[in-house]
Design a protein around this ligand. Structure first.
Ligand SMILES: [Zn+2]
Length: 239
């Protein structure tokens, strides 16, 4: 009987291990997705700030072209000034030239503002590039390892499970069935211990009679509350 109790304790340790593997099966793909998402997000962010920057550069170029057109016009008007006969026409052309010069100076102020903005976006682009580089580096370093771990889990679970099943072969069929049902329905925890007089599975205080029977180790005892198989801490874990 003692041997059976020890076997049950060992089986529970293996099922604990299987539980950890299963948890990793949920957790590791999330970590992998986070790595990939971080790179995707950094790429989107960089594209956004590069687009903003290039829009500003384009705007500056088109304003510079406008200035050039105004300057050409001024040159043309200045050439015409010498050919003008009346004072009225002369005045009209001069005021047209003055108007174009004011326009040029307005556009120049706008260009200066845009250049400030462009400088800010350039800083943002540099920052986003650094973030992307960091995310890619992180992904390069971790991705392969994570994928290997994920791929290995199924096999690890399979191996642990068959080791547990092998142990179970030495137990009576009704005990195996009870154990299996507890694993399934009691949160992967079939075995509970006498924890200072209470069931470690559900916390129920154990009757004196049960405690004595646990120490005697003559039969398999189950918790009257959660029906987990009860073992005595010192008897089972240390051997
Ligand atoms: Zn219990």
């Amino acid at each position: 009987m003692v041997e059976q109790l020890k076997t049950l304790a060992r089986m529970q340790l293996l099922d604990d291990q299987i539980g950890k593997f299963k948890h990793l099966q949920l957790e590791l793909p999330k970590q992998l997705n986070n790595l990939i998402d971080a790179v995707d997000q950094a790429q989107v962010q960089l594209l956004e700030s590069e687009t903003h920057r290039s829009q500003i550069v384009k705007k500056i170029k088109s304003l510079e072209l406008e200035i050039k057109q105004h300057n050409d016009q001024i040159k043309k008007y200045s050439g015409q000034l010498s050919e003008i006969k009346t004072n009225k026409e002369y005045k009209a052309l001069n005021s047209e030239i003055a108007y174009l010069k004011t326009k040029i100076s307005d556009i120049e102020s706008i260009i200066l503002e845009l250049m400030d903005q462009e400088a800010l976006f350039k800083q943002q682009v540099d920052k986003d590039k650094a973030v992307l580089e960091e995310a890619e580096k992180h992904k390069r370093e971790k991705e392969g390892d994570l994928r290997r771990q994920i791929d290995a889990l199924e096999k690890q679970i399979e191996e642990t499970r068959s080791a547990r099943n092998e142990m179970a072969l030495t137990l009576p069929v009704n005990v195996i069935k009870h154990y299996g049902s507890l694993i399934k329905h009691k949160n992967n925890q079939a075995i509970a211990y006498n924890n200072a007089g209470a069931c470690s599975g559900c916390g129920m205080v154990l009757r004196q009679q049960i405690r004595i029977e646990l120490q005697l180790r003559k039969k398999i005892i189950t918790c009257e509350s959660c029906s987990r198989i009860l073992l005595d801490y010192f008897d089972t874990l240390e051997q």
